[in-house]
Design a protein around this ligand. Sequence first.
Ligand code: MRU
Length: 351
Amino acid sequence: MIEPIRWNNGQLEIIDQTELPVTCKTLALHTASEVWEAIHSLRVRGAPAIGICAAYGVVTGFKERMPHTPATAQAAIEEIASYLAGSRPTAVNLFWALDRMRRVAREADGDAPEALEARLLEEAHAVFEEERGRCKAIGEHGAALLPDGAAMLTHCNTGPLATGAYGTALAAAFRAHELGRAIRVYADETRPLLQGARLTTWELQQAGIPCTLICDGAAAHVLRQGVIDVVIVGADRIAANGDAANKIGTYHLALAAAAHGVPFYVAAPISTIDIETPCGDGILIEERDGAEITHGFGRQTAPDGVDVYNPAFDVTPARLIEGIITERGILRPPCESAIAELFSETQEAAR
Ligand code: MRU
């Protein structure tokens, strides 16, 4: 089992995902700015993995500064958390994890910096462990959609690399495979950074799961051919009404799936649901450098000076989503009331 993220000998280590699938290189991150850069440059990516790294990033930044008094320690944590929050805008897990670290710091206000550091590390480990457990449960619920002989189509990368362990949409495939079912995963290559081609097929090959790589533009054609039983994708942020932001090209896929009567599911932990954002229009969509499209992987593929628009995510409206696979089961439409009910139960349980 690969370890995409780990805390080893007092430091954060990640697999540098920009080097895959050619090289599987471990990178140690020693400072908050190295963690910021790793998230921003997609060395570590995928909503849950970004949240986990940000939590460890707070510990890393705290160790780097090692403040001497409780007051300077509180100020340092706030500064580090605000800084890391600027690394990427769309995945809500980033802000969710940083808020957890801030809350822990506030609760330990007055403690000596050494005690606070230990508490922060404990919380970062808890974020990681909890995400692991959530993904495992998502895999269990998702596998119910993949009977023997099923073919699933997915977009981007939602396996261990994107989550620290197991995955979300891909966890369904891993679990079905573990249960001995003969399944196949069709993976969109996922332009422009090719997370599907570089990462998803790599993870599936390692697990011995049959997979077929297609270019993004082939998805509608493959759906029309009738070889796909279900589409399952991940999410970076799900609004309170069930609208789901995910890698650019996901909305296309949802429309094509609806046109061909193929059920379209989103798999995500509850930490990806942003109850404060009423609908998808309120989700900030990251725009990335146009060079990702014009000079992808070191080769110029568009003329000099061309105007480029490069949104990294899109929003799939809830009406196109057959269900949201969470660690607590599959939320069925109307997603808005299913989400509201889930959150009121969660708050009840936390009381
Ligand atoms: O830009 P990326 O590679 O971070 O985008 C990732 C995705 O869109 C994933 O589908 C999403 O984060 C879910 S990860 C379980």
